[in-house]
Design a binder for this molecule. Structure first.
Ligand code: NAD
Ligand code: TYD
Length: 339
């Protein structure tokens, strides 16, 4: 079968492309990616050599081009990873988030309706549920938790989710949605917490922790997310949401200290900076549904996953040096200077 993946030159999408090529030798993978600042063709160089892989540099909001790709490739399954994904950028400039994350999703679903697909899978996020209080460790996000967003990013993802269910109910489009917690692993763009701290620590630069560093995220190794999506597209029930997360809650400050320890860097590099506006306190997923229905469970423990990730950044300095040498410098100055 042919699986069309959008956003495959980004962090999770690229990991998914490699996962699919490896795990399903009979499937073809078609990638559609606009190569925004977050997309990197170098990330896909291994896939480019595979005859079962095809790449289109196309924006998912470009209806004509997207329809042409569907007409040519006739995908059986479409998985939408493409998105503007960084909360801090959404606070600075929300508009592109609404265009890509909502209108782009609409264009893809219109193409699915016109050409017919077995499944449209939307890669959503646990951030659509808003946040949980720090002093209630008994509370978790389930699929029934009301949508209650905080940032322009999470609002755009929630709006897309609502549209996905509108297409299911109104047009009968066979959809599924996954809402995963924070991912970490190879090819993670160094604007996000874990790779930013690794890259800065290696250069003996300040490690900017927002607020007091007490906010909690629920971390999942990216390959476990890929496995979950693969299960959902093959065995998941149409019209359903599946939460994905591995009960691995960590305070930001503890992650940063752990990275310092692993790299042999002093904690004196840590600098507490002005908090993010509207900063979500805690995310925590209840993965009971995907575990009971599809047998999914996280296979990589955080202690191992973080070591593997740090080693990957040590072994692949060319990949991130290339990224941080360009536009990224301007972004970094704008976001962190005088913070
Ligand atoms: P990313 O920012 O690393 O990659 C996004 C990719 O989408 C890039 O390759 C970019 O070029 C592409 N893209 C952006 N706008 C596009 C457009 N208009 N048309 C075509 N391609 C476009 O993001 P990520 O962290 O890999 O996240 C992938 C998906 O997973 C997103 O939908 C995100 O909301 C969701 N998600 C991410 C996390 C996480 O921890 N990173 C957790 C849960 C859900
Ligand atoms: P991030 O990786 O941006 O993911 P998200 O906001 O989508 O969860 O941030 C993870 C946590 O780390 C979040 O609480 C904000 C915090 N953070 C910092 O303290 N310093 C930083 O430089 C960054 C990028 C994030």
């Amino acid at each position: 079968m042919t699986v069309l993946v959008t956003g495959g030159a980004g962090f999770i999408g690229s990991n998914f492309v490699y996962y699919m090529l490896e795990e399903h030798p009979d499937d073809k993978v078609v990638c559609v990616d606009a190569l925004t600042y977050a997309g990197n063709l170098a990330t896909l160089s291994g896939a480019m050599r595979n005859p079962r892989f095809t790449f289109y540099k196309t924006n998912i909001t470009d209806r004509e081009s997207v329809f042409e790709i569907f007409a040519t490739e006739k995908p059986d399954i479409v998985i939408n990873f493409a998105a503007e994904s960084h909360v801090d950028r959404s606070i600075e400039d929300p508009e592109i988030f609404l265009k890509t994350n909502i209108l782009g999703t609409q264009v893809l679903m219109d193409a699915c309706r016109k050409y017919g697909v077995r499944r449209f899978h939307q890669v959503s996020t646990d951030e659509v549920y808003g946040d949980l209080p720090l002093d209630r460790p008994d509370l978790f996000f389930t699929e029934e938790t009301p949508i209650h967003t905080s940032s322009p990013y999470s609002s755009s993802k929630a709006a897309a989710d609502l549209l996905v269910f509108a297409y299911y109910r109104t047009y009968g489009l066979p959809v599924t949605v996954s809402r995963c917690s924070n991912n970490y692993g190879p090819y993670h763009f160094p604007e996000k917490l874990i790779p930013l701290m690794i890259v800065n620590a290696l250069a003996d630069k300040h490690l900017p922790v927002y607020g007091k560093g007490e906010n909690v995220r629920d971390w999942l190794y990216v390959e476990d997310h890929c496995k979950a999506i693969d299960l959902i597209i093959r065995k998941g029930r149409v019209g359903e949401v599946y939460n994905v997360g591995g009960h691995n809650e960590m305070r930001n400050i503890d992650i940063v200290k752990l990275i310092c320890r692993e790299l042999g860097k002093p904690e004196s590099l840590i600098t507490y900076v002005t908090d993010r506006k509207g900063h979500d306190l805690r995310y925590a997923i209840d993965p009971t549904k995907i575990h009971n229905e599809l047998g999914w469970f996280p296979e990589t423990k955080f202690e191992n996953g973080i070591k593997k990730t740090i080693q990957w950044y040590l072994d692949n300095q060319d990949w991130w040096q290339e990224i941080i040498s360009g536009e990224y410098q301007k972004y970094y100055e704008k976001m962190y200077e005088n913070r």
